[in-house]
Unconditional design. Sequence first.
Length: 257
Amino acid sequence: MELNLKNKTIIVSGSSKGIGKNIANLLLKEGSNVVINGRNKITLTQTFKELNSEFNGNLVAIPGDVSKSSVVNKIRKTTIKKWGKIDGIVANASTLKNLKNIDKFNKASGWLMKYNFEMVYNLVDNLTPYIKSKESSIVVIGSIAGIEDIGAPIYYSVYKSSLSAYVKTMSRELSKKNIRINLISPGNILFSKGNWEKRIEKNKTKIKNMIKKNVPLKKFGKPEDISVMVAMLLSNKTQFITGSNFVIDGGQTRSIR
């Protein structure tokens, strides 16, 4: 299926590795102009070199923390200067701390909000005024931890849940400008140097049994499972879809939404 993403200019936060990197790679293959971003400058530079060797000229890398307006403003100015427009946003940047003690949770709640909610709304709120295309789309990457209890850290789950309310509310506001916004909630996605790979290295049998027990499809998801849906939602093939939450988890969540 032709997604008509050629020459579309799309900003992807949290794209130096894992799901975000895979999203950027797919969009480049579709012919899009892509801005990648990440807080780790070294990792982002490595990703830029890797992708740019194949897609020279269609890629820009801007390091920094997108919870800071100064970083988002730099992304905006650089993008518009190079390509003259912004057609889409993928808000993927987030992080997780595995804090088991409730006191540590309380102390880290502000940190978790910054990196799991503020990064999203700061990026979206600051960039949407500059989106002029009639076929624009925003995709927010959340987590099934925001849907039901899967044993994730408390505040991580709370802030991931807040993304659903944010996307639903923003969908009505942005529809006035004909901008669509949707949420994707991934389950257990396995990728190189990710949290799941580290946990498998520590106890492969335990993780394997956990996946078999909790995931009906009895396997991990791949970054490609997410990036394909992202590309579809960014395309003009989904013009009647906004304010929705797409769960990609191999059947793990049991709630009826």
